[in-house]
Design a protein around this ligand. Structure first.
Ligand SMILES: [Zn+2]
Length: 186
């Protein structure tokens, strides 16, 4: 049993974010309804706040780095049940409850199961870490032995360095001479 209304922080325009009380969304057949425990603030969130939303309609809830506990499951959902802890990367996380499709959609692989005892302060970085792994392996295609320059050693810059450092153990051809240089933004 969930509440009927919830709080949500939604953008209504540039620099216009409002905390409102709106109905708790109903899960569709393939959805999980999740009680949000925490939601990260992404650089794209501040960009949407400062210069506007270009991939959705107002009012717009930009939170997409969130975790929580499954409160209800759609009729067609298999493998999930109320009480499961989950990480989600779809919009809507700046609210008490958020919906996520239980199966992959074009830009999300769907909910990720989280250990019950993983502290939220660490779990919240799942989505940014996935971006960093993607950056190292799929975009930069860093190979063992190559040098890497990371500009700006913030949360994601440091994760990129950590992921690239793993390549040291990646396989043959690595002479152990991997270097990661950090340039800290002034
Ligand atoms: Zn993000």
């Amino acid at each position: 049993m969930t509440a009927k209304t919830m709080r949500a922080a939604r953008l209504h325009g540039i620099r216009d974010m409002r905390i409102e009380r709106i109905p708790v969304p109903e899960p569709g057949d393939d959805d999980l309804l999740v009680r949000v425990e925490a939601c990260g603030v992404c650089a794209t969130d501040s960009r949407k706040y400062e210069i506007g939303v270009n991939d959705g309609e107002y009012p717009f809830n930009p939170g997409h780095e969130w975790l929580g506990t499954v409160a209800a499951v759609g009729r067609g959902v298999k493998g999930w049940k109320a009480g499961d802890r989950v990480y989600g990367d779809v919009y809507g996380g700046y609210a008490d409850y958020c919906l996520i499709p239980a199966t992959a959609i074009p830009w999300s692989r769907g909910p990720l199961r989280l250990p019950a005892d993983l502290p939220r302060e660490r779990a919240i970085f799942v989505e940014p870490l996935a971006d960093c792994i993607h950056a190292v392996h799929d975009q930069a295609k860093v190979k063992p032995g190559e040098k890497l320059l990371v500009i700006a050693a913030g949360v994601m810059g440091l994760k990129i360095v950590a992921e690239a450092a793993h390549l040291k153990h990646a396989g043959p051809g690595d002479d152990g001479a991997r270097h990661a240089a950090l340039v800290v933004e002034a």
